[in-house]
Structures are given as C-alpha cells and as structure tokens.
Design a protein around this ligand. Structure first.
Ligand code: ZN
Ligand code: ZN
Length: 214
C-alpha cells in the first residue's frame, strides 16, 4: 500500500486519535502535557490528521518532520499514531491479505503497509518464522536467522532468552540492539492469536527494555 492510497474516515480517525491521547495522558502522568497538546493540535482537524497519518506510513521515524511541530516525530507521537491507525490499517490488511504471495515476499517489512514486525511465531510443523506487523497485524514469513530490523545474519550477534513460559522467547540483535518477542508454536497445544499474544507479553517488553534493547 502506498500512503496516498490510504482512504479512511478521517473524522473517526481524529476521534480515535484524541481518545488515545486522553487514555495515554491518564496512564502516563509524566507525559500528560505532551499527550494533551497532541490531542489539541491534531484531533480537531481531520484534514491535518490525515496528512500526519500518510506521512507516518510513508516515512521512517527519523526522516519524518511534522509540519506543525518542526521536529522529528517523537516516540510518544508514533505511539499515538500507531494505536489510532491500527484498527483502520488492520481492516485494510484483512481485505488485501489474500492478494499477497507469502512465499515470494520474504522481506523484513510488512507486505501490506511496510511496517515493522513487533511479534513473531515459529510454525508448528516447519519451525519457519512468521512475523506480525506492528501496524496492521498482517502475518508473513521471513528468514529465521536474519534480524528483521537491520539484516544482521552473524549467529554470534543474534541471541535469544527464554521468556516467562516455555513457549516464549525474546530474540535479540547485538548489532542494532532491537528485540523481537516470539512464541514457539511447536511447544504449544492450543491455538494462538498473535495480536492477542502481543498484548499478553507486555512483561517481556519491560524485561527487554531493562536489558538495554529497544
Ligand atoms: Zn502492516
Ligand atoms: Zn538487528
């Protein structure tokens, strides 16, 4: 998907954007001022929040300049954007997933929206790695021995730690210091829903951050 193809109900998006800011402000008192400021700046202007959403999808975080802020997009801003866009992008992805040839793609970025993965599963039969898009919940297959964030392939740079339960692992990369939460489906009898697992494993995000991974 190219960013200019993104067509959605910008009024609904603006409402969700504001609501996300308000909820985040309540839970993160130290950042409440910035969240409230963001809600005011973008929430009341659907055309502007549409422009912001397109810029977010088409650029990377470091390249992005938001016109009104004159500064690179911050972690807080991308947190709000990701949450507010998520239901719209996930609906778009569900409609387009059938068009994707998984075996032919094999790239680190999402075949639907170009986003990064934030969760992975090792398949039951083959042990192949399936990635989950942080933006739109699309799942696709990618090399197990390559860091999806920087392309590192040296085995000594790629590590993993067991998570809280047997089936969970934290895969890490010493080159880019990123991590990827992963569930090994070969160790589970139950069916899993990867977007749900992403939320259930928030404790692993905290452990990874404490260990110096981003
Ligand atoms: Zn995606
Ligand atoms: Zn890496």
């Amino acid at each position: 998907m190219r960013a200019n193809e993104l067509v959605l109900d910008w009024n609904a998006f603006a409402r969700l954007f504001q609501e996300t800011c308000r909820v985040a402000a309540r839970h993160r008192a130290s950042d409440a001022d910035e969240f409230n400021h963001l809600a005011e700046l973008f929430g009341n202007d659907p055309a502007h929040s549409g422009k912001l959403a397109r810029e977010y999808i088409s650029g990377t975080n470091h390249q992005l300049l938001i016109t009104n802020l004159q500064s690179p997009i911050s972690n807080l801003q991308s947190f709000v954007l990701n949450n507010a866009l998520h239901p719209f992008l996930a609906a778009f992805a569900r409609e387009h997933q059938a068009l994707i040839d998984d075996a032919a793609w094999y790239r680190a970025d999402c075949p639907v929206c170009g986003g990064e993965p934030d969760f992975a599963a090792l398949e039951k039969e083959s042990g192949a790695r399936r990635l989950l898009c942080s933006r739109c919940d699309t799942e696709w297959t990618f090399h197990r021995t390559t860091c999806p964030f920087c392309g590192e392939q040296e085995p000594e740079k790629l590590g993993y730690y067991p998570g809280g339960h047997g089936a969970y692992r934290l895969y890490t990369c010493e080159n880019c210091k990123r991590y990827l939460k992963t569930i090994d489906l070969r160790e589970l009898a139950r069916e899993v829903n990867l977007p749900g697992e992403r939320v259930l494993t928030i404790g692993m995000d905290l452990a990874a951050a404490n260990a110096g991974y981003a």
